[in-house]
Design a protein around this ligand. Structure first.
Ligand code: NOJ
Length: 759
């Protein structure tokens, strides 16, 4: 152990005596501590803090002697690594932390990052599904469960939440975000950040969150992952930025930039995004990590000639930590010597990272997250199972329910379950569940089997097969084999109700899984039609990570339940909803198109100059000649087993000015026969503005629960903040003028009223 390390240790201990908890140390004191470490560091060691490596060797095995692993191992021992990703489990985390703390010159601890996107081993619904709950408390709780479980295995940083507003169902990563709306997306971003980070980052059940991917990633042209993004400032400011800003304001400590170029400049090398917007306009004082290899990807982007130039561009643009490009550790020292990068730029990036390490408590106890007993007690514990089950039930959206097919009768019924997905214990885990065990989810069949009163039969019908190697998932969906059809059809003939579990396998959405056809994959559509011919009493349970285009099913099938990929407790959650033990309350966070050709389709579209046909039979208006403009299911849509009636939308006054406000209220009545929850939604429209505004914008929502026959007045407030947007003056401000206000149970069926804002 070197002299300098002892110095740090003494310094750390003595500061502990004066002020034992960093959480109570004022910002200044924290910064003094950070600076005192920085002063001891060589340029190379500072650069080391900016370097993040993927787990590189059998950590508890022999020391690597050659190749890339040997180089990474040597870098770690030389203090040239600041963080690792994809190392998990207390044993492995401790082994690497020990090298950083005990074998490097300064003993600076590592941060361990991992993609805890919707759970670590206990998996909650995919984030898009969670967003469908519109239940911010439950979403926060779900993130807190994920944080606690992840922290118990030694992790202290998740690369979540993904807060990319997504409008394109072809893009596989829509499953990872909160859908298409900036307001809902912002509320959920806050809930997730608070859930992961809690109130005290030093607590052993909290971890760092990471708002990603900054920015514009979801606007990839034609929905093809990693593709070019070219969007104007109004869309960027009004649609893309709000959830990032909300996450920053909620105290998220890290950001991740993105793979895409934005208007010709790769996000990783984009100073406008990282330096101006994030670090200057929003005063973000945490750190930015690059996406995986995205620094070197500026070479194929055609923006940097080699890795050295890529490093120069990225660091100068404000990308603080290099994930897996090895460009910083290889080139930054030379770039400083050549005067192409200022040492103060390196200092700023290293200072940001060190500060977060202090905030996590790692300098006080680098093994804070390394307790094997705690790990054993925590992973998969019963309270987590209950939590993800609650979240899963609330994420389900009832899309259609004719003939009162649902809820199912609890006895005397012959029920036939069809579809490979109904009997699959891996698919419900969805995409991005890298630490979860295959076959660890409750399948739909298992969930239904817990209800003993009915006769239950299962027939696969058609295969959905997925091959998986350790690191690469390969999805092969059977497209031709119909040999299981006859068994399914024969079983369906005799059933009172047929439950068909169809859709995408859990690994058919997510990163790198864009689709050009968003119907039911393979022969599943054909299977559905064949079964329908013999028995139309079908409950279609959809499993998917993105909106699907299912116009035939919508027309013919009496009951449709959107069950996404709901995680570990999936089967129990769906069964409880089908049997009415939970009355569905979810609402779509993303528009479902009739046809992939309508994509991108979203509720907050602009009116255009030709919104309707003004002359009989004219073609010269904004429409398709072969499809309607309207979606199959709009944003905010979702049914319940009961019905809600909206009436008497009233405003406290019709004008307001300055800091005044208008109270909006509406009566919601449960006119059906079940107790149920309803998400009451408030939208506005700014009729004339310096930059055209969408036909509707969500500005508030509230979930209420009503007994049959009961009614409630629901109130919202409209003030200056509600109507602000990024105007032609390049400022967030409220413009005077005429507005409409809408309230309803989805973005289409609403009551409306008018108001004016006077400056
Ligand atoms: C690439 C993905 O884009 C990002 O979201 C993820 O966090 C990193 N890989 C690390 O796995």
């Amino acid at each position: 152990m070197s002299f300098v390390f002892i110095t740090i240790a003494i310094w750390s201990c003595s500061s502990k005596i004066i002020q034992p908890k960093v959480a109570f140390v004022s910002k200044n004191q924290l910064e003094i501590r950070v600076d005192s470490v920085l002063k001891l560091m060589t340029l190379e060691e500072k650069i080391g803090q900016l370097n993040q490596y993927n787990g590189f060797w059998e950590i508890t095995g022999p020391t690597p002697k050659e190749g890339q692993a040997a180089k990474k191992y040597a870098d770690l021992k030389n203090g040239l690594v600041g963080s690792m990703l994809n190392v998990k489990g207390v044993k492995d985390v401790r082994a690497l932390q020990k090298i950083a703390v005990e074998e490097t010159r300064l003993g600076i601890p590592l941060i361990f990052g991992f993609d805890v996107i919707h759970g670590y081993k206990t998996i909650s619904p995919i984030p898009l599904a969670e967003a469908a709950s519109w239940d911010l408390k439950e979403i926060k709780k779900s993130a807190a469960i994920a944080a606690e479980e992840a922290a118990s295995v030694g992790l202290n940083w998740t690369f979540a939440p993904m807060v990319d507003v997504s409008r394109d169902a072809r893009w596989g990563r829509v499953m990872e975000g909160a859908g298409e709306d900036p307001y809902l997306g912002s509320q959920i971003a806050i809930a997730r950040v608070q859930g992961f980070q809690g109130d005290d980052l030093k607590a052993r059940n909290t971890i760092l969150a990471c708002a990603k991917h900054f920015a514009g990633y979801a606007f990839a042209e034609s929905g093809r992952d990693y593709n070019t993004v070219d969007i104007g400032e109004s869309t960027l400011q009004n649609i893309v930025f709000p959830p990032f800003k909300a996450a920053a304001d909620a105290g998220v400590r890290t950001f991740m930039n993105s793979f895409n170029e934005l208007n010709g400049i790769p996000a990783t090398g984009n100073a406008y995004l990282q330096r101006k917007i994030l670090k200057s306009d929003w005063n973000f004082d945490g750190f930015v990590v690059s996406d995986w290899g995205s620094i070197n990807e500026m070479i194929p982007h055609g923006f940097a000639k080699d890795s050295k130039q890529a490093a120069e561009i990225a660091i100068n643009a404000g990308s603080d930590m290099d994930m897996e490009s090895s460009a910083y550790v290889a080139h930054l020292a030379a770039l400083v010597k050549e005067g192409k990068v200022q040492e103060s730029t390196i200092d700023d990036a290293a200072r940001r990272i060190l500060k977060v390490k202090f905030e996590l408590g790692l300098f006080d106890n680098p093994y804070l997250y390394c307790d094997e007993n705690y790990e054993k007690e925590t992973v998969g514990k019963a309270a987590f199972q209950e939590g993800v089950l609650e979240m899963a039930k609330k994420s389900i959206v009832l899309l259609k329910n004719e003939k009162e097919l649902l809820p199912l009768k609890k006895s005397g019924q012959k029920i036939v379950v069809i579809g490979a997905l109904a009997n699959d214990k891996t698919s419900p885990l969805g995409s991005w569940r890298i630490a979860a065990d295959d076959n660890s989810a409750v399948s739909l069949l298992e969930g239904l089997q817990k209800y003993k009163g009915n006769q239950l039969t299962y027939a696969k019908g058609a295969d959905v097969t997925v091959g998986r190697t350790q690191f690469i998932w390969e999805t092969k969906i059977n497209t031709t084999d119909k040999s299981g059809f006859s068994e399914a059809i024969a079983a369906a003939k005799t059933a009172d109700v047929v439950i068909m579990s169809l859709g995408e396998h859990g690994l058919q959405s997510g990163e790198g899984r864009s689709r050009t056809d968003i119907g039911l994959p393979g022969v599943q559509q054909e299977l559905l039609e064949e079964v329908y011919k013999v028995n139309p009493n079908i409950v279609l349970v959809l499993n998917n990570g993105r909106p699907l285009a299912i116009p035939w099913a919508d027309e013919k099938i009496p009951a449709i339940v959107e069950a996404w990929h709901l995680g570990t407790q999936s089967g129990n959650a769906i069964a409880q909803v089908l049997y009415g033990d939970y009355n569905p309350s979810g609402k779509l966070p993303m528009t479902f198109p009739r046809n992939v050709g309508q994509v991108p389709i979203y509720y907050n579209y602009k009116n255009t100059g030709r919104p309707v046909m003004t002359e009989p039979d004219s073609v010269f208006w904004s429409h398709y000649i072969d499809e309607k403009n309207t979606p199959l299911y709009p944003f905010g849509y979702g049914l319940s087993y009961t019905q809600f009636e909206y009436s008497d939308l009233s405003l406290s006054q019709n004008t307001f000015s300055g800091d005044g406000q208008i109270e909006v209220s509406v009566t919601v009545k449960n006119t059906g026969k079940y107790t149920g929850k309803e998400v009451v939604q408030l939208y506005i429209r700014d009729l004339i503005a310096s930059v055209t505004r969408p036909v509707k914008e969500l500005k508030g929502f509230e979930m209420i629960e009503l007994q049959p026959g009961a009614s409630q007045r629901v109130n919202f407030t409209i003030n200056k903040k509600t109507i602000e947007f990024f105007t032609a003056q390049s400022k967030w401000e409220a413009e005077p003028g005429d507005f409409k206000v809408f309230v309803g149970g989805n973005s289409v069926q609403t009551l409306e009223n008018d108001f004016q804002y006077l400056k």
